[in-house]
Design a protein around this ligand. Structure first.
Ligand SMILES: Cc1cc2nc3c(=O)[nH]c(=O)nc-3n(C[C@H](O)[C@H](O)[C@H](O)COP(=O)(O)OP(=O)(O)OC[C@H]3O[C@@H](n4cnc5c(N)ncnc54)[C@H](O)[C@@H]3O)c2cc1C
Length: 318
């Protein structure tokens, strides 16, 4: 029996969530009196995971896995879980993790719990807390199957250093055929992605038009942040759909979320309320977003944002 975590990477580099799932898996393994094993696929330096408690890293290297394919990746995770006799599998809650969890759960005949926010409160029965109803409630869930798949909500456990002297072993996985193949991936280069961002600067219809996004980008660049937007903004074609956040867009769990000219509709809040600190800039003091905000500025974005950029630049220069 062991705990297996999938430490996801992109172009060889670990995603931030990889360190969080390993930190979490280590603690679950301690609760179960077993060890944690990390699985990497085409990662360039698996030894980075020893810092977070992974005594053993199973490394799969195969050019066919250079781009994420849910069916193929799920098959690899399943093969490694079986080979390592792992009956608890921990995945992150990025898009990849959300795709993988149910497929691997079916493969392993495992109970699957997504949006997990804490360590199991007991291991017999295996009881675990998860977010429910678009993060408006918690549900205590018992997994009664022998095999268990846990999807860890981003930023819910944190990254904890726990250095061990680990070892990496290669694993020769069988790569299954897939009905779908990515031919080419075009990445937005030089930009912080919403998934990996500590800070997100997001703007809504209050910005009036796409021509006004220059100041949003400048604020984001000054802070080293990713840019995001509300749904109508991407529906109107002012910004790309990849920036749409909320219930029907990307979930955001950043340390700081700055919302500019966004009203704070429930569908928007549902996707961003896992962020730690929320700052709102809005002309309307009655905008619902202020109720969810940690800090709020009532005022015109066109006055405030340039001043904010100036102050942050001055602060950084000093
Ligand atoms: C099924 C469903 C799913 C949805 N999913 C999502 C989703 O995932 N994400 C999402 O965002 N929405 C979603 N929506 C839409 C959501 O209900 C809101 O309509 C949307 O979030 C509003 O976007 P907004 O705040 O940019 O625009 P508005 O509601 O038009 O708000 C603009 C805000 O800007 C402020 N403002 C105006 N001028 C200025 C200025 N100069 N300076 C500062 N502030 C200013 C206004 O006071 C106002 O509060 C969904 C809706 C449905 C029905």
């Amino acid at each position: 029996m062991s705990v297996l975590v999938f430490a996801d990477s992109s172009e060889g580099k670990f995603k931030k969530t990889a360190f969080e799932v390993v930190s979490y898996g280590k603690k679950v393994a301690e609760q179960l009196g077993t060890n944690v094993i990390a699985l990497t696929i085409n990662a360039s330096d698996s030894s980075e995971l020893y810092n977070y408690g992974a005594e053993k890293v199973v490394s799969v290297t195969n050019d066919s896995l250079n781009t994420f394919n849910a069916k193929q990746y799920a098959s690899v995770v399943t093969q490694v879980a079986k080979a390592e006799s792992a009956n608890v599998l921990v995945l992150d809650s990025t898009i990849n993790g959300l795709y993988l969890a149910p497929i691997v759960a079916v493969n392993l005949e495992a109970g699957c719990v997504s949006n997990t926010v804490s360590l199991p409160s007991s291991t017999k029965p295996f009881s675990i807390k998860r977010k429910a109803f678009s993060n408006k409630a918690f549900s205590n869930t018992v997994i009664s199957t022998e095999n268990k798949v846990i999807g860890l909500a981003k930023n819910s456990f944190g990254v904890h250093e726990n250095p061990v002297s680990g070892a990496t072993v290669p694993f020769d996985a069988e790569i299954i055929d897939s009905l779908v193949k990515s031919e080419k991936i075009e990445r937005v280069t030089g930009k912080v992605t919403i998934d990996d961002a500590d800070i997100v600067v997001s703007a809504g219809r209050g910005l009036k038009g796409p021509e006004n996004w220059e100041m949003i980008e400048e604020l984001a660049d000054t802070l080293g942040a990713a840019t995001a937007c509300s749904k109508p903004v991407s529906d109107l074609g002012w910004r790309p759909h990849s920036e749409h956040v909320g219930q029907t867009g990307k979930p955001v769990a950043s340390n700081l979320y700055i919302a500019i000219g966004i009203s704070g509709a429930i569908q928007h809040l549902a996707g961003i309320n896992a962020s730690k600190v929320k700052v709102v800039i809005n002309t309307d003091p009655e905008a619902p977003f202020f109720k969810a905000a940690d800090y709020g500025i009532v005022g015109d974005a066109f006055d405030i944002v340039p001043k904010l950029i100036e102050k942050i630049k001055l602060f950084k220069a000093s």
